[in-house]
Design a protein around this ligand. Sequence first.
Ligand code: UGA
Length: 432
Amino acid sequence: MRIAIIGTGYVGLVTGACFADIGHRVICVDNNAEKVKLLRAGGIPIYEPGLEDLVARNVAARRLSFSDTVAEGVNQSEVVFIAVPTPPLPDGSVDLSFIEGVAREIAACMTSYKIVVDKSTVPVKTGEKVVETIRRYNQAKVEFDVVSNPEFLREGFAVEDLMRPDRIVIGVQSPRPVPAMREIYAPLEAPLVVTDINSAELIKHAANSFLALKISYINAISVICEAAGANVQEVANGIGLDQRIGRRFLDAGIGFGGSCFPKDLSAFIKIAEQLGYDFGLLKEVQRINQEQMQRFVRKLADTLWVIKDKRIGVLGLAFKQNTDDVRLSPAIALCEHLLREGARLRVHDPQAMEKAKTILPPGKTVAYVAERDAVAEGCDALVVATEWPEFKQLDLERARRSMTHPIMFDGRNLFDPQEMERLGWVYKSVGR
Ligand code: UGA
């Protein structure tokens, strides 16, 4: 199949590379000419495990190419995917101007039947608007179908998630584009859920909101565990073994962040409001998430008494493990909070330090430490803010000896409380 992907962000680039690896001929289009230049030269603008090799392999096999013009992509393809950003507006609703702009561009150069597939996360009923827009702006009046095909990949596991999805959702207005969509995904052997377009669009927001709800639920349980002297991990294991609940996304911590959950929750609350429903449940999910961070900062203040002038080591800046993405990262929010209180920070992240520097500029109050095991040197406390698995390999003895006080605040429950105490640490985690 000949495929164009418009938008070379996380979703677009990973999808394009994976489709090419499956055997399709893919042209990835981005209006950022610099990015296209970088990709053509073999560079990758993001850190994502496995992506660099995948792109290089498929470019070499001539199945994957890059362009900065939509017309080039559309003319060479049977199926055109839209994977452009849908950022939040100040009132929490979604800015659909990139989707609208791309729909117009596609319409302007379409001279034969095309399947136009939306992969970006959009509010329900966006597909209807895309159909109207293409109809309005296509001079040639050619036939086309619009499909909704939401993406469920997680950053840090994007290639794996795309190649081994739990399901593939295809929202259509008519059966005509279904065989082509089946063909695109045929080698992946995942269940294909075919729905109407509105339902497919809703599946994406409903899924992300439910996952965020799961995290807030376990974070709320963590508060009760602390008050009652119970252990949230044991509670999560105990309830997670019930197959109706499942253990995944039940890890308590300092809350969820990133470019998806916070934005999608606000958007879904807004969409519901516009459709006449007050989604109070999801507002509570947001509230618990904010409170979880405040509670953690209070824990630091309770132990350190005064945060001003304390030297604090911070392990983790990315919003989660396996990524260099710092957008709405709880770790960054935590650093900002500690800086406002007058702390001096020594920070480390295996991948996200360069991107973090644009938000937390290095200087007198923030020192970027290249070596993980050196981050604790001279510190009054050490904080774990991101669930990077390699933080478990921290040289605890070296860290303990190099600190003024061996106090650790583990915001991701990476270490075992009993073991930490045995090793001489004052150890505080979440819900244990
Ligand atoms: C999320 C969804 O998991 C994907 O299915 C979806 O495709 C994607 O959004 C999207 O809409 O594009 P992502 O934001 O990449 O993926 O990351 P997650 O792995 O879901 O983590 C989100 C946040 O939740 C992170 O801050 C993570 O630390 C936190 N989290 C996750 C927890 O606090 N506890 C958990 O048990 C799991």
